[in-house]
Design a protein around this ligand. Sequence first.
Ligand code: HEM
Ligand code: HEM
Length: 199
Amino acid sequence: MTTPADPLAESTDAAAPRRYTRTAITLHWLIALLMIVNVVLGLSADSLPDDWVRPVIDTHKSIGITVLGLALLRILWRVSHRPPPLPREFPAWEKLAAHLAHFVLYLLMIALPLSGWLHDSAWKDAATHPMQWFGLFQWPRIGYVMQLAPTLKETLHDRFGALHTWLGYALYALLAMHIGGALKHEWIDRKSVFRRMTP
Ligand code: HEM
Ligand code: HEM
């Protein structure tokens, strides 16, 4: 039973769900954790001792490909399961900002691993350094990119690398907004959205 004081009860539609499904919650926190770990690994790669660089980058690539798969699953789940509507009393601009931020976060869940995979496929040594998914099996490079002429590949390697870095910057900005928004609802508005996304 819910009472009027329960923030989860205040949606406009009585039939609407009040929380995300268990699958959506699991995928949200798993992907969030993997993406944050990957940012740390990606940023630290250049400052590590030489013999750490290869295993750290290989782990980064494996985690990134895993995120790509989980993000595709999550999007399929999202389009087939209605999310809980935001509380009625949130101002329209906040609802719009939350929806926009969520949409861009979905784009980044796909674009970050994809740009990394393109960058890695254009690497001049890709053919002699096969990519292994957590050392368990070989993960393919993007064949079309690998077969391009070496000079074009070199240019693309730099461009995809720059794109990967810029998408990283977009993620930091969006994540700051996303976490800031959730904390504002929690501490200032006193309308928790965490309870919709916690197991
Ligand atoms: C890379 C990390 C993250 C990504 C990509 C991400 C992405 C998303 C997306 C796309 C949604 C919307 C779900 C939907 O309606 O389909 C969402 C919801 C949510 N996220 Fe995150 N998130 C991340 C990290 C975090 C962190 C660190 C927090 C902790 C503050 C957080 C708290 C929440 C909450 C509370 C919701 C539910 C919002 C609501 O009720 O509408 N997220 N997240
Ligand atoms: C969750 C997905 C991913 C995230 C969040 C992510 C994030 C990052 C970040 C923040 C950097 C550092 C960029 C900088 O210099 O500022 C980086 C570097 C890099 N990433 Fe990713 N990445 C992801 C997936 C991938 C994938 C799937 C691949 C390849 C298959 C990949 C390959 C690389 C490579 C080769 C570097 C350059 C490392 C170096 O030598 O400095 N990334 N990534």
